[in-house]
Design a protein around this ligand. Structure first.
Ligand code: NAD
Length: 248
């Protein structure tokens, strides 16, 4: 499988960067997008160094006009959009009693509305162009299991689960698939705050093999989910957690 066009949000770091590299290595063209231009351009450079094809489009996923423009740009540049990976996200630490409302709202804006905007913009464009595409949404095991100090993050990730199911239901009639992923603890910059709070050991022990998950492993699984061979997987949120949610 190669020659598809994949739009990947939050592609300047962690899971988004590794997924961009994986898709490009398989021969897909990647629209690398991030709010952080420097990091996004770095990802494009890494892909080009390996002989892959990528362009950068700066996007703040919490703004619908920007996500819509991103999807339009992908189609203007490459003529199609086969995969939309709604992956950008931010973390928070803060208990309900002390949480600032602006921090709550920012997490919902990026992690929940950002995914919704990607589903809406890509779903509409795929329908308009009659593309039987795949939309992948990043949820989390924290969309299933309660944890301390993560109220806004969990609210958003729980919403991503249900949006994935609903979008799959509505878009199936057009041949568009929507799948969610629920990673466990993945070794990327987003978990630095948890490491700083002395939670590394706890996070490590949450996986069955007692180590943090490599972002490359998530990237490989995301790639597999987008293949035609995986087309029975629709509306599900797939656990990419090395067993975390199975034995907690
Ligand atoms: P990361 O911090 O390495 O990457 C996140 C990227 O998103 C960054 O490049 C950041 O600049 C970008 N971003 C932030 N706000 C944005 C916005 N408004 N618009 C566009 N881009 C924005 O973290 P990661 O671990 O790679 O996280 C990717 C996704 O995986 C997130 O949705 C996160 O919640 C989810 N996730 C991560 C873990 C984990 O343990 N790392 C576990 C479960 C789910």
């Amino acid at each position: 499988m190669s020659g598809r066009v994949a739009v990947i949000t939050g592609a300047g770091s962690g899971i988004g960067r590794e997924t961009s590299l994986t898709f490009a290595r398989k021969g897909d063209s990647v629209v690398v997008t991030d709010i952080d231009e420097e990091k996004g351009l770095e990802t494009v450079e890494l892909i080009k160094q390996e002989g892959g094809d990528a362009v950068f489009a700066k996007t703040d996923v919490s703004k619908f006009e920007e996500v819509e423009s991103l999807v339009n740009q992908a189609v203007e540049i490459y003529g199609t959009i086969d995969v939309m990976f709604n992956n950008a996200g931010i973390g928070t630490l803060g208990h309900i009693l002390s949480l600032k409302i602006e921090d709550y709202l920012r997490v919902i804006d990026v992690n929940q509305h950002g995914v919704a905007y990607g589903v809406i913009a890509a779903g509409r464009k795929m329908r308009e162009l009659d593309i039987k595409g795949v939309i992948i949404n990043t949820a989390s095991v924290f969309g299933y299991l309660a944890s301390f100090g993560t109220f806004p993050y969990q609210a958003a990730k729980g919403a991503v689960r249900m949006m994935t199911q609903n979008a799959a239901l509505e878009l199936a009639q057009y041949g568009i698939r929507v799948v969610g992923i629920a990673p466990g603890s993945v070794d990327t910059p987003i978990i630095q705050a948890y490491k700083d709070a002395g939670m590394t050991q706890k996070m490590t022990e949450q996986q069955m093999r007692k180590k943090l998950i490599r972002p490359e492993a998530i990237a490989n699984a995301v790639y597999l989910l987008t293949l035609e061979e995986a087309d029975v997987i629709n509306g599900s949120v797939v656990m990419l957690d090395d067993g975390y949610a199975s034995f907690k």
